[in-house]
Ligand binder design. Structure first.
Ligand code: PLP
Length: 433
């Protein structure tokens, strides 16, 4: 089974090359020629790693031998993935029990361990360059921490990430280096893009990306859709609705993949903050990417979602997409009101991203009268957004032990201006060959 580029120009590649290079040379995104079909027995498996292993076997179609794949899965998923009923038919899939307390741990850990598997001979070493505005960087850094033959350089905008996020990025050490850029997130991203296009640098070092455009991050995110379905519907075959708070739409696309594999999903709710290009597209049929606006759910402040290309590749027309996905936009005022309301009424604490999802669920229920089970994906622990929660509820969320631990460590970063040549001069000593 091979991977093609959504732009249709680049040659077909194996899974190994799709994951190690990240992006096809024609600027499209890699997609598999087929997704495979789940055996119904998977819906009876009550243990996450075993279930994930069965799903991964179907997706990878032999690209990694079973015994090795099982080892990778066991290394990645050693934390809880609970489904919690909030009220009536509304449930939350808590994806924040991993090492960095955000759902990105699922994708980052799988990608890291899979890359490491393909590089196990040690003949080839890879440097991951990643720009982050917060969450991605810490999940990636953590996923790759102490992984052989891989080195990570993270770029983050100085003074523009929260204290907790900064600690998560700068306290690992080892094969992880944090560059603190005197500039914005866009400046960081520009440096990374320039580095990838720099023939001299990429001639000297193997460089790779690790954002949600890598198919190796997307695939494992389909596992927890199957898992949540298991918990609620088992082998009944009945349909459920998923709601995914979205920015670059990698998480939602992973759900679409699970559906293609045979997961009985009635509808996907695409929940966004005011950066609503996809809900707008579903509503009007016109796609208008634009600069992002800052919101409380800042990991979803995306004006040109990178995975939209994959969605159109899967559906071809807006009508086909509408049959599976409905979009809702949620404002910051609604986000705050939802955090407050759900805490008061249901004694359940949502983070701002989950609050966007929950609010979209309420709008969907009010539009459709939906009575089937609905599963909202809670993408981050509320403690990661402690200030907003404290501001809204007047109480501070409990900080989970894994976040507490990194708060106590000392920050180590390499300070650098946003000038590419300065970065290039400094980064060399942190790259491996
Ligand atoms: C990254 C992120 C999202 C958005 O996920 P996409 O796959 O980019 O749509 C939502 N919530 C949190 C907390 C995130 O970190």
């Amino acid at each position: 089974m091979k991977f093609y580029s959504t732009n249709g120009v680049a040659p077909l590649v194996e899974f190994k090359d799709a994951i190690l290079t990240g992006l096809p040379p024609d600027n499209g995104l890699y997609m598999p020629q087929k997704f495979g079909t789940l055996d119904k027995s998977i819906f009876a498996i009550k243990d996450f790693p075993t279930m994930a292993f069965e799903a991964a076997k179907v997706l990878l179609d032999g690209a990694i031998p079973d015994a090795d794949l099982r080892k990778i899965i066991d290394k990645c998923y050693n934390f809880d993935v609970p489904v919690v009923n909030v009220h009536d038919n509304v449930n939350v899939l808590e994806l924040y029990h991993g090492p960095t307390c955000a759902f990105k741990d699922f994708g980052a850990r799988f990608m890291a361990n899979t890359m490491s598997y393909f590089l196990r001979s040690g003949n080839r070493k890879v440097n991951i360059l990643v720009a982050t505005s917060g969450d991605t960087g810490s999940a990636v850094a953590n996923g790759f921490y102490n992984v052989d033959n891989i080195n990570v350089v993270i770029l983050y905008p100085s003074g523009k990430v929260s204290n907790l996020q900064e600690k998560q990025l700068t306290t690992l050490g080892g094969n992880i280096t944090a560059f603190e850029i005197d500039g914005t997130f866009d400046d960081c991203q520009k440096i990374v893009k320039t580095a990838f296009l720099d023939a001299q640098l990429s001639g000297e070092f193997n460089l790779s990306s690790a954002n949600s455009i890598n198919i190796g991050r997307l695939y494992p995110q389909s596992f927890y859709y199957i898992w949540a379905y298991n918990r609620l519907a088992g082998t009944s075959g009945s349909e459920v609705v998923f709601c995914t708070p979205s920015g670059n739409f990698g998480n939602l696309t992973a759900g679409l993949i699970a559906k293609r594999m045979g997961l009985p999903v009635k509808k996907f709710i695409a929940a966004t903050n005011v950066n609503d290009v996809v809900p707008e597209y579903l509503f009007t049929g016109t796609y208008t990417p634009r600069p992002s606006q800052r919101t409380l759910s800042n990991a979803m402040d995306v004006g040109a979602p990178s995975n939209f290309m994959r969605m159109t590749d899967m559906y071809k027309t807006v009508d086909a997409m509408r049959a599976d996905i409905v979009g809702y936009k949620v404002t910051d005022d609604e986000t705050r009101a939802t955090i407050h309301d759900v805490y008061e009424r249901c004694d359940y604490m949502l983070d701002p991203h989950g609050a966007v999802g929950y609010n979209a669920v309420m709008k969907y229920i009010s539009d459709t009268g939906e009575a089937d089970p609905i599963i909202m994906l809670e993408t981050a622990h509320p403690a990661k957004f402690g200030e907003i929660i404290t501001d809204t509820l007047g109480i501070a969320p409990t900080i989970p032990p894994q976040l507490q631990a990194c708060l106590q460590k000392d920050k180590v970063s390499v300070k650098c201006s946003k000038d590419y040549d300065e970065f290039k001069g400094k980064v060399r000593e942190y790259l491996i060959r």
